[in-house]
Design a protein around this ligand. Structure first.
Ligand code: GUN
Length: 302
């Protein structure tokens, strides 16, 4: 997906969904059923509703079955755990995703722990995190796996490269670091307590920014030619000349306009990492379906 310096995540995600669709049709022919993804949404958070609708649509568009479970905000933890148990036992369901955040009266960790790790297509279960850490087959969280796919597409082998991950969340920073380590990068995980972050970032051939702070990473922090992956999605007032008063726009964690002058390649926001997350979720569901049905899928098939 080369387009000069800009890494086109939207085009890569589209291509990935196309490859998933081809393999999903082959899976259906072999297994006599579609690969299936169950998505559980508790409550009415507008952003979560948009995500869940989008996941359902893209799942069906790829030729897989989508099972949506929408539960009211006041659903008890016990009722949610019962539903997860039902989905664990349902042979039509290959992947289970419980949309986060959950309402405050529900313990997220308890719910994630209840998901069968073989159906954990989000990769959030501690067993999935452990499998990633020790290099066993398992499921990897979708956003960092999408970032890795973009990096390998752009750079080929990552072996020996210096990588700096900014952010240490369980969902992005930590699994990203594990993935880069498995590719034989020399990995530094930076965070809010890191001393002299610009100097740390300046060493990096690969920068993955996942802190959630608008345009924090500046052009003069980057080593010339570095590959920059921007995971941030921040809504800020649009103060550009000519912008309507009160309008907002999306920006990443990297000062894109400056960074593109220095970087070798960079993901834009929007249109970079964002579209990869759902595409990788569909990829993980397809892999889960093959494993659950005992049908072989080559490691490099997708
Ligand atoms: N909420 C926002 N992104 C995600 C995601 O990737 N998975 C889940 N389960 N919840 C989310």
């Amino acid at each position: 997906m080369s387009n000069g310096k800009i890494i086109d995540g939207k085009a890569f995600a589209e291509d990935l969904r196309g490859r998933v669709a081809v393999l999903a049709a082959q899976f259906e022919a072999h297994a006599g059923r579609k690969a299936g993804l169950a998505v559980v949404l508790v409550g009415e958070d507008p952003a979560s509703q948009v995500y869940v609708r989008s996941k359902g649509k893209q799942t069906v568009a790829c030729g897989m079955a989508s099972f949506e479970h929408k539960l009211p905000e006041d659903t008890g933890e016990g009722a949610l755990l019962d539903l997860v148990e039902k989905l664990n036992a349902d042979p039509a369901v290959d992947g289970i995703l419980v949309q986060l955040p959950l309402p405050p009266h529900i313990d997220e960790q308890k719910v994630i722990a209840a998901i069968n790790p073989d159906k954990d297509v989000d990769g959030f279960h501690v067993i999935s995190a452990g499998r990633l850490a020790v290099g066993q087959p398992g499921f990897v969280p979708c956003t960092p796996l999408g970032c890795l796919m973009l990096l390998k597409d752009r750079l080929g082998s990552l072996s020996g490269l210096d990588a700096v991950v900014i952010g240490r969340s369980n969902i992005v920073g930590k699994p990203m670091a594990q993935l880069l380590l498995a590719e034989s990068c020399t990995v530094t995980v930076a965070h809010s307590r890191t001393r002299d972050l610009p100097a740390v970032v300046r060493r990096a051939d690969i920068v993955v920014a996942a802190v959630g702070r608008a345009e924090m990473v500046k052009a003069d922090w980057l080593k010339p030619g570095a590959t920059v992956i921007d995971v941030g999605i921040n809504r800020v007032p649009d103060t550009r000349p000519g912008a309507e008063p009160g309008k907002t726009r999306l920006v990443g964690d990297v000062d894109y306009a400056g960074a593109i002058q220095v970087a070798g390649a960079i993901t834009p926001v929007p249109g970079g990492v964002g579209p990869m997350t759902i595409a990788v979720l569909l990829r993980n569901t397809l892999v889960a379906a093959h494993r659950n049905a005992g049908i072989a899928l080559a490691d490099d098939a997708i």
